[in-house]
Design a protein around this ligand. Structure first.
Ligand code: EPZ
Length: 423
């Protein structure tokens, strides 16, 4: 298992190109199943989850061609002309929860899908009942047996329905959005997620010929069409990667230019950074991040977009570890997303986590230690801590980080970090 060995204390300064968004690329790749024709995707991040999605789609018969590998990112060409299998196996789902995104497109296009039930993961139970209840309302027959979801649509296909999600669900919204594009009649999705990645998927579907209104709002109205054609799409920048590296600069007192990203994607994170004493300046081709004052403690409350993103909770907690004062973190999205707090405490942080709340008392400095990543964002938070800590930090199980951060060690080393990957 790969690990990162980091020697802290170096300001992270320079230029980091932000990659395409993992959480936009994955649903858009799944949506390619809906197309009659070829889909070309640019600015796709070279990360493990994308590789897994490519594998999953090609196992089912999609022809996946990589057109161009830049230094960062790649262009994919997807063609479902020989699509054959409609079964997504447990081993791939257990590696990548986003496999559940195949369900909606398969049902809409082929009226049948068999997808392994995603297990839980370290940040919580991760149920998918909201997805299944909504698909049932659209006429799908859902059976759960032997750990698999077997879904069958009526011979005439899915039918439009008025769906209200009990709580906002990003992939739930995306699954129903994709299923509704080819359903008979109109579907309304209420309490829909309106994360930028959901909007990017919706724009992609419209470019394929889908009829969608309300993009960017919490109510989506989709009128089913007969078929969707291939198209080309440029995946939007990753707002969580942007926020993660902004914190690297703030934490180490460096000055970073984050290229090919936009402030509008992470306003709530920028507000948090400004309140903590970090300057964020927007230029035509990205953001300039610079610590202006000693870092101050700021409370963090995670909420669905446009609230503070849960995926930024762990990296933001790392910044608060050496802030002046006390900050309170309230995690409203997942029921077990403080695993990184225990590891940060091993580096000298003073965090008391209980239920959905964590109280962080700022300390003078963090000290390097061997720590372990438990999920993608916790791993990123521990790397950030290692950049600022005194001495050496070894972050184990960084396969979690590789799932969602493209060439993290290269990007950081290019800005002064002393970080090595060891197998
Ligand atoms: C998406 O996960 C993201 N993943 C997550 O990013 C992100 O943390 C999450 O949305 C919240 O923003 C992708 O987009 C691939 P949810 P998702 O359904 O869709 C509960 C990362 O680090 N819920 O919005 O799985 C659920 O348990 C990953 O990039 C149900 O109870 O999250 C959670 O408490 C981590 N029943 C809440 O809703 C359901 O049927 C929000 O989950 C569905 C969800």
């Amino acid at each position: 298992m790969d690990k990162f060995v980091i020697r802290g204390g170096h300001p992270i300064s320079g230029v980091i190109p932000i990659s395409g968004s993992k959480n936009a690329a994955l649903p858009i790749m799944a949506a390619s199943i809906l197309a009659e024709g070829v889909v070309t995707l640019e600015n796709v991040p070279c990360i493990a989850d994308v590789t897994d999605m490519e594998f999953l789609l090609s196992e089912m018969g999609t022809q996946v061609t990589t057109l161009g590998n830049g230094k960062y990112g790649k262009t994919l060409k997807l063609s479902t002309c020989n699509f054959k299998s409609k079964v997504v196996s447990y081993d791939i789902v257990s590696r990548m929860r986003a496999s559940i995104l195949i369900l909606g497109p398969l049902l809409a296009k082929y009226r049948f899908a068999q997808v392994s039930l995603p297990g839980g993961c370290s940040i919580g139970a991760r149920p998918v009942g909201f997805h299944l209840n909504a698909l049932s309302k659209m006429g799908a027959r859902i059976k759960l047996q032997k750990g698999y979801i077997t879904a069958t649509a009526p011979v005439r296909g899915l039918k439009g329905a008025d769906i209200t999600f009990p709580t906002t669900t990003v992939t739930g919204t995306e699954n129903i959005l994709m299923a509704a594009t080819l359903a008979k009649g109109e579907t309304i999705i209420r309490n829909a997620a309106c994360e930028p990645e959901v909007s990017d998927l919706a724009e992609f579907l419209v470019n394929m010929g889908a009829d969608i209104e309300g993009i960017g709002t919490k109510t989506l109205r989709i009128r089913g069409v007969e078929h969707l054609t291939g198209t080309a799409h440029y995946v939007l920048p990753d707002r969580i990667e942007t926020g993660t590296y902004a914190i690297a600069a703030a934490l180490t007192g460096g000055e970073l230019k984050l290229k090919s990203t936009k402030l509008i994607l992470l306003k709530s994170v920028v507000e948090f950074l400004n309140a903590a004493g970090v300057g964020v300046t927007e230029e035509h081709d990205g953001l300039i991040i610079k610590k202006l004052d000693p870092i101050k403690s700021v409370d963090i409350i995670t909420n669905p977009y446009p609230g503070f993103p849960t995926d930024m909770q762990a990296p933001a907690m790392t910044l608060m570890c050496t802030a002046s004062g006390t900050s309170v973190v309230t995690e409203n999205i997942f029921d077990n997303r403080f695993m990184h707090a225990l590891e940060l405490n091993r580096m000298g942080a003073d965090i008391y986590a209980h239920g959905p709340t964590a109280v962080i008392k700022g300390v003078e400095k963090l000290s390097g230690a061997p720590v372990m990543a438990s999920d993608l964002r916790a791993g990123a938070a521990l790397v950030l801590a290692g950049l600022a800590a005194e001495g050496e930090t070894v972050v184990d199980r960084i396969y979690h980080v590789d799932r969602g951060y493209e060439q993290m060690e290269e990007k950081l080393r290019g800005c002064g970090a002393d970080i090595q990957r060891e197998s």
